[in-house]
Every structure is written in C-alpha cells, then in structure tokens.
Design a protein. Structure first.
Lengths: 370, 370
C-alpha cells in the first residue's frame, strides 16, 4: 500500500496477493472465489487503473457511498467469466435513477471475491473503496449486512448481468423481500450478477460498517504468507492475529453439495486426524460454512467464523474447491461485536439459517499473546 | 356502451358481463379468470370511476400508450385477491422513470382477466383504454405480443406486487430476456403481479395492435348471451361470428395440471360424445390451450384459437376450472393475420412452445353466412 496525496491508499499486486488469502480466510468458504477475484482486480491494475482504499475515519459525514458486490452462487462465478463492467453499469444506473454522484464505493462483504468487486468498480469509476464492510466475513444473503441490520434501506438498487440486462429493485417493503426478488432474478440471469444498493452516508458508514476490514484482510494474508515463507505455522499465525482457535484437523470423508435456489448448499463430514483422531466433525454449508459440530454436538455457529484451511499449506478453501479426501484444518474465529447484538442475531444467528435448535454461544476472543 | 363527448365509449355493467364471456372465449383457457376480473372492474365502476374504451382510429399518432396486464399463473390470480392498485403503481412508476405522462392505457392481451386489468388501471388513472390488444387472444409469455413481434421494445417496464414491492426492468437485451427475468421475479413475488411496459406511440399501435378487440369481445359475449336467452345454440353463434368451427364434443377423462416455472402446464384428455363418440381428443396446456389433437393427430395449434366451452351452457372454461368428468365442446377459431406472418410464427408458432414437430396449418376463416 502506498499513501496518495488525497489520503487514500493505493494497492499494488502484493496487496492483492495478500487480500486473496485474507479475504479467503474471512470468507469462511464463500463470498466468491478470491483467486478469480484477484485475477480480475490485477488485470484492472495492469490496465493502468488505481485500486484505492479510503480510511473509514477520513470519510465526510455527508459523503455518498454505494455498497456493491457480486450476487449469485459462488460456484457459478467460479466457472463463468464475468463480462467485467457489470458493477460499473450498476453504479451508473443507480446514479441516474437517484440523480446523485457517488463519492466512494462500499464493500458489502469482505469475504472472498466480494472484497475484489468494489475495488474493480472503484478503479473503473475513479473512486476509492471505503476500508470497511457490512459483514466482516461473508454471508449468503443480502439482508445480512450490518448496514441493513442497523437501518439502511438498500433499495432502490440496481442489478446487472454479463449480458447487459439491467434490473432496478425500486422499492422492497423489507430487506428480506429485496433478497427474495433479487435472488430469483439472478437465477434467471444465469446465477452470477452484480448488485449496487442505495447509497449510505459517510456518518452512517462510520458508525455501522465493520471497520478496517480491507487492511485487516491484507494484514492477515501477509501474516500467512510470512509464516509459510519462514516455515512457521500459518494456522497459529491466523489464530494469534484474529484471536481464534484451531478446533479440528481431519480428512473429508463425505461431501454433499448442490445448487438450490441460487445457493450452494450442502454438508461436509470430516474424520479426525492427528490430535483429533476418533472424532468426527460436520460442517453445514449455505454458500459459506455456517455451523461446525463435533461428534454430533454443535460447537461454533454463525455469526462466528468457521474457517476451513488446507492442512498442509494453511491456505483457505472455498466450498466449491473442497474435495473428498482433502486434509483440512478447521478454525473458529470470533465475529465483530456489531454481529453479536440481539438485532444482529435475528438476521444472522443460527435460527435465521433454519437452525432454531441452536443457540449462538459466542466464542471468546483470545488474547493475541496466547 | 355510451359515447362520451371526447369520442371514447363508457362501459356499463352489462358490457362487463358480455366482456367476461367474450374475453373468456378469446382467452382460450387463460389470460386470468375473467369472472374475477369482471368483479374487480365492476367494483371500480360502482365506486364511481369511468371505464372507457378509445377507438383505435381516434388515437393521435404521437400519443403515448402504456400497455399493461397481469403477469403470473392464472391459478394464483384466481385464488389470491389482488391488492387493487398494483397496475396504477406500475403506471406511475413508469411515468416517473421515463419522465412522461401517459395518454392512454393499452391492453397486452384481450383474453381473460387481462382484458379487465387495463380498464381498472385506466379508470383509476382517468385514462381510456385503446380498443385493441397485442394478442387478439391470450398467450402465456410477454414477448408473444404483436407489439414485441413488430419491433416495440418493452423495457423499461415496471412490475408491482400486492405487497408494495416495485421492480423496474430497466433494460433487457431481448424481449425473451425480459420475460425470463420478470417470470422469475413474479414467482418470488407470489405468482400474480401486474406489469406495465414502455409506452408505444399511437401510430405504432394503429399499425400493429390487433384492432377492435374490446368491441369484438363484448359483441361476442352479447351474441352468446342472446343465443342462451332465446334457447338457440351459443356454440353456433360463436362459430358464425368468429368464422370458426366446432371440432369436438366430449367428456374430460383425464386432466394433468401442475404449476411449473410460474405457469400452469398440463394435458387434458377428452373422450368423444354425440357425433364424436369413438374418438379421443387431447389438449396441451401452458396457461392457455395450445394444441388440439384428435386420435393422436394434431389438428389445431397456436396461434389459432382452441376454445373449450361447457357443453350445456356454451360458456367458456378456463384451465383452472376444468374438472374430470366435465362435458365440453371444443371450437377452433382462426387467428388474426398479424399472428400468422413468418415473424409472428417464430414467436407464437408451435415450435416456440416446444413442439417443433408440428407445422402451423392455418384453419380457414369461414364466412359468417355458413
């Protein structure tokens, strides 16, 4: 990162490499494949555009920030090449619909490719991306952002597909209705589009965004790379940095995944290895890893982060690249406190994902020294 | 009908009774249940609004006409009450999006409830409905209008549901894409919404609308009622008036219907009665009656009209009120020549409905004297 005269930070290719890893970890298996996202952002950088991050505290209160991201199933966006300017078309159509000019681009979810999409759009539009996001991780549905949870109304919004179709969700009576209509429409569009939501003010974003998640993800990625470089343990590096813990290691013994209603859904079974042999773990998937159970007992669930790493490389795995027989490590990372309030848990707690039998029991945030 | 000083025709309750029957016949089983539509239009009339028809030839060339209609599955709109102002919200949102004021409302399809929806919206907005439509019957998909076939681009369009959600299809790269996105979205909205398309000019509509279909449907309904009143044969009255023929009578022996992708689809089997005993007929359904076969041989298919009447009353049946054991008469009516061109057959011929094995062989239009 290189500070520019206007106070924004310009990213270089090494930042994108680090963001790929860090956003993959925070993505908890979803948010779109970060490798594909990195390739797209890097191409934009090589084409001569600036990828810029704006520190949250430098944002003017009255600034207009347009949050945006890819919508659809990660599996589709992994296999199907984007046209490239979907997000820019969203931004321009939204500006036209509402008669305003955006000051910055916002990130809906820092996890996976959705950390890269705002950078690409910001670059093409000449705008910085605010250093923060609405999830601090990845979640499968649009209403699951701190923006929506704390009162931002996301319509009018604009959704654009690779073909050139443009749909405006002009008014949704609730955030959940917005999600339902957009999800149905993105399936018709082929399963991977971009959606830009109604602008937020700088003052709102400073209060309710999960702060500094771009610098967090880049720092996390650098820590993993550094641990790998010096043959130290990347798993330990992640846990130390994020205050999390290593909860399981094992081999994937069964993997059920299917594409349903515009989502990747499924279950992974993992047989224990090393210090965990004799135990079995299960992970419930809806685009992201939602719930981790050991020997039939739920241990970690949304909104806390269930992260799956390749056991040997320490690099994060997304749901669509998991394979039978893979050796994996499972980490539990504590979620930001904005995700743990009663309001938030109604939208992103286990009951919101169809598991009312589980109660969210926040994992303690360990001290970095531990 | 009563002519007003401005040259438009005001409808009364007896016109709505006749339109219910006539639009039911032209609806070929679909277009939404005309009885429900009549109740809604009648209520608007009783609330003191004018239901007005504007003769096609009085339309100014530069007039802006907004075509609209219900979208979804007829079965849903039969069972679920509309909120009532969906169409008016569509019209207002479209006017706001494009910055114009509509001069008249247009009809997408004269068949079934979709003959009534424009009257309701026109009444609430104080606008007349142009005497003509885009189908001269009913078809299941939006791109199947003469408007779309002869070059009108239907986006930007606005779709509103009973809940208050508003979606703008701002740009669709083709008419079929518009249909695909709107169909997916209406399913998410519950299966019965209203959609208003981009305005057409008066000169375009005078050239490409199926002309005079409101007065045609009302006249047809009156002829059936009159035949019933004097104990004459309503089937003969319809055939005489529309130049069609009575192709089958029988009892429904099997009826497969299901709700798929936002449509009612299915097949009806009919065992012959009276002069047709010993023969079996089959009708293919997608919201409407599409294809009539006798003893395994296709005889009548889209765009020509396959009409199913209750054998005793001579009144038309929609697909959702057909029942096992019902005694029915099947009529074949010739379609308008605008539906029979090579351009039109690409969109509304049997191949467009998944039956490339059939070739459209237009039924001859019989003389009224016959």
């Amino acid at each position: 990162m290189r500070e520019l005269p206007d106070g924004t930070q310009a990213l270089d290719e090494s930042d994108l490499e680090a963001l790929e890893i860090g956003s993959g970890i925070l993505g908890t298996g979803g948010g779109g494949n970060p490798y594909i996202g990195k390739l797209r952002a890097r191409q934009v950088l090589r084409d001569g555009y600036d990828l810029r991050i704006q520190p949250l505290d430098t944002l003017a209160d009255e600034a207009s920030i347009v949050p945006l991201g890819g919508i659809g199933a990660p599996l589709v966006s992994f296999e199907r090449i984007k046209e490239g300017r979907e997000g820019l078309r969203c931004l321009r159509a939204l500006e036209q619909r509402l008669g305003f000019v955006a000051d910055a681009v916002g990130c809906e979810e820092i996890g996976g490719q959705n950390s890269m999409e705002p950078l690409v759009v910001g670059a093409l539009a000449g705008l910085p991306v605010v250093d923060g996001d609405g999830m601090g991780r990845a979640f499968p549905e649009m209403q699951m952002t701190t923006y929506a949870i704390y009162g931002h109304r996301s319509t009018p919004s604009v959704m654009c597909d690779p073909h050139g179709n443009i749909v405006i969700f002009d008014h949704a009576i609730t955030e959940k209705w917005h999600e339902l209509m957009a999800r149905a429409c993105v399936v018709a569009q082929g399963g991977a589009s971009v959606l830009a939501s109604a602008p937020m003010s700088g003052s709102f974003m400073k209060r309710y965004a999960i702060p500094h998640t771009y610098t967090q993800a880049i720092g996390l990625g650098r820590a993993v790379s550094e641990a790998r470089r010096v043959h130290a343990d990347p798993i330990k590096a992640i846990c130390t940095r994020e205050g999390g813990r290593h909860v399981f290691s094992g081999k994937i013994t069964d993997l059920q995944r299917h594409f349903k209603g515009g989502f990747n859904v499924g279950i992974a079974q993992i047989g224990g290895l090393d210090g965990f042999s004799g135990s079995t773990a299960e992970i419930v998937i809806q685009n992201e890893f939602l719930i981790f159970s050991r020997d039939g007992e739920m241990e970690v669930c949304v909104p806390d982060l269930v992260v799956v790493l390749d056991l040997d490389s320490g690099l994060p795995l997304t749901t669509e690249v998991m394979r039978f027989g893979q050796r994996v490590a499972i980490l539990a990372l504590p979620s930001h406190h904005l995700l743990r309030t009663a309001n938030a848990l109604e939208v992103i707690g286990p009951a919101a994902f169809g598991h009312p039998e589980f109660t969210f029991n926040p994992i303690p945030k360990r001290e970095a020294a531990e």
